[in-house]
Ligand binder design. Structure first.
Ligand SMILES: [Zn+2]
Length: 113
C-alpha cells in the first residue's frame, strides 16, 4: 500500500499550528512537492510576503508592492475537519466500493466528498 507524504490536499481547510501565522486558518491553494520528499503548501492568506515589482508598461504591469502567499511546510498545518470544524489528524478508511477516503480522527466523518 502506498502512503502519501502528506494527507493534505488542494482545497482543504487547514489551521496553522506553528510559525508566525500560528492560529490562522486558510484554504490550501497548492500542494508543492518540496526537497527531500517534504511537501510544501500554499495556503490562502497565510505566510504573506511582499514583493517589489517593477513597472512593465508593455505588459500592463504597474510597479509597486504586491503581497502574495509564500509556501510553508505541510507539517506546520493541521486539517480542519469539514464535518466537526475542529483541527484534527487524518485517518484513512476503505469504503465498500473500494475507495480509500480520508476521515477525521475526532468525529470519524469522511473528509473527502
Ligand atoms: Zn471531524
Amino acid at each position: 500500500m502506498s502512503r502519501l507524504a502528506t494527507p493534505i490536499r488542494k482545497n482543504d481547510s487547514v489551521l496553522v499550528i506553528t510559525g508566525k501565522d500560528r492560529g490562522r486558518k486558510g484554504r490550501v491553494l497548492k500542494v508543492l512537492p518540496g526537497k527531500n520528499g517534504k511537501i510544501r503548501l500554499i495556503v490562502e492568506g497565510v505566510n504573506m510576503i511582499k514583493r517589489h515589482t517593477k513597472a512593465n508598461p508593455g505588459k500592463q504591469v504597474k510597479g509597486g508592492i504586491v503581497s502574495r502567499e509564500a509556501s510553508l511546510q505541510a507539517s506546520n498545518v493541521q486539517l480542519v475537519c469539514p464535518e466537526c470544524g475542529v483541527q484534527t489528524r487524518i485517518g484513512h478508511k476503505l469504503l465498500g466500493d473500494g475507495r480509500k477516503v480520508r476521515i477525521c480522527r475526532k468525529c470519524e466523518g469522511v473528509v473527502d466528498k
